[in-house]
Design a protein around this ligand. Sequence first.
Ligand code: 5GP
Ligand code: MN
Length: 316
Amino acid sequence: MNILDELKDAASVGITGHVRPDGDCMGSTLGLYNYLKDNRPDLKTDVFLEEPGKEFSYLTGIENIKNVPENTQYDVFVVLDCSSKDRIEPFVQCFDNAKKTICIDHHVSNSDFADVNLVRPDASSTCEVLYDTFDEDKVQKDVAECIYTGIIHDTGVFKYSSTSAKTMTIAGKMMEKGIAYSDIIDNSFYKKTYVQNQILGRALLESVLFYDGKCIFSNVTKDEMDFYGVTGKELGGIIEQLRLTDGVEVAIFLYETGENEHKVSMRSKKTIDVSRIAVEFGGGGHVRAAGFTGKGSVYSIINKIGEMIEQQYCNE
Ligand code: 5GP
Ligand code: MN
């Protein structure tokens, strides 16, 4: 797909990503936004997302993001980094009203919900898939910053198994556009506030190893989040540290989102397909990184996940 060809008859384009936007979601939505601003200035282009994290404030166009849906009928509505329609709430009405919809993504659990779907589960990030729809010579520094951001976030700074030689080649090309790559990595990926570090420490302290040390979980309650004054999107680094625990194949992190409700993140190292588990709970994701929002107590959720992990080991 060449995105400029795909949009050549359009006069208006709406763009969105998934709820609780992460680095790849921010990078891909703003990457497309900036690419269109640079190369199709005649086009009315709007990006709709929930309030993004402050760590992404360096991305061009972030101040123009709309947080409230509009009743506009877009000629084309593009959804990025999102595997199912329910993950674009509250902007689903913009999608439903649009004359044509496009989805560009890399989730193995993607349900091909748009009119045109470009889904490459082998790609490291949606930014990598999106970059392939661009003309290389039309990519400017503002777009390069976005693409690089998405790639580093979804590869854990080039270390997850989804990282390929192609991923590195694209990242290298982005570096050649003059981006501040060290700052992007430090400030958007690794930097933590003091309270984020405190709650990370607490989550690690209270983590529980189970299944002969092959699994680990930790959870943060609503009261704890209120005590430290943090929101769910500021808990992003905890699952990564749990995953790094020696001997662990599956790491699970939960935080309370409401009465008897938890947001669950899962990561695996080599054998367990956590996407399959997430899908069973109505969520989705990738083989090595997936999530869902689940009803029930921490222990009931952990018990169910444990059973599914055991089943996968038995079926190996
Ligand atoms: P995280 O654990 O960082 O929230 O998400 C890991 C991966 O799983 C991401 O690719 C994300 O898009 C996907 N994911 C997380 N939560 C959900 C969910 O509730 N539904 C779906 N479909 N995917 C999710
Ligand atoms: Mn992604």
